[in-house]
Design a protein. Sequence first.
Length: 204
Amino acid sequence: MEPIRQHKGLVYPLNRANVDTDQIIPKQFLKRIERQGFGQFLFYHWRFDDDGNPRSDFSLNEKRYDQSSILIAGENFGCGSSREHAPWAIQDYGFKVVIATSFADIFYNNCVKNGILPIKLEEEQISELFSRSEKAGYELTVNLEKQEVFDSNGFYANFSLPSYQKEMLLNGWDEIAVTLSHESHIEKFEHNQPLGRVNTLGIA
């Protein structure tokens, strides 16, 4: 995964609450076994009609959001099933940061595990961002090291993030990489085990 320290990007506002994982990536597209290629199906039933043509009434199809990398949403984003394909689709489409008032716990953790920074802000702050993002070309800067979000016109907010998850994102680590970062301690522990010790499976 790519480390995230500071990111400046174009904002896409999705002013909807309770966006579930089936809306993020519908179930019929879950047959792929690799993580890439899901971005084309992101918000599929909102973006496309029954014939697969882009809908003119869904804002993500507007050209001004083509290069968006920061997604802003309402409360309870990522609710529903625990499918990890949801953050895969968001990331594959090009979003690196998702900002909302609240997230479903499993979706939130899946974002971190896949290198997406999920940020929780207060409802008033999210409302302010929705208002500001009505202007074309609206950009935000996110500094993970300082845990702050700001724009060039006076908006500023701090956000909290567990230190363990912050370390993962700053270093671009998944859970396997976190384990391997303690490799020397693991090797030392294994070296100090007496020969012939019975393991937890009862095998000498």
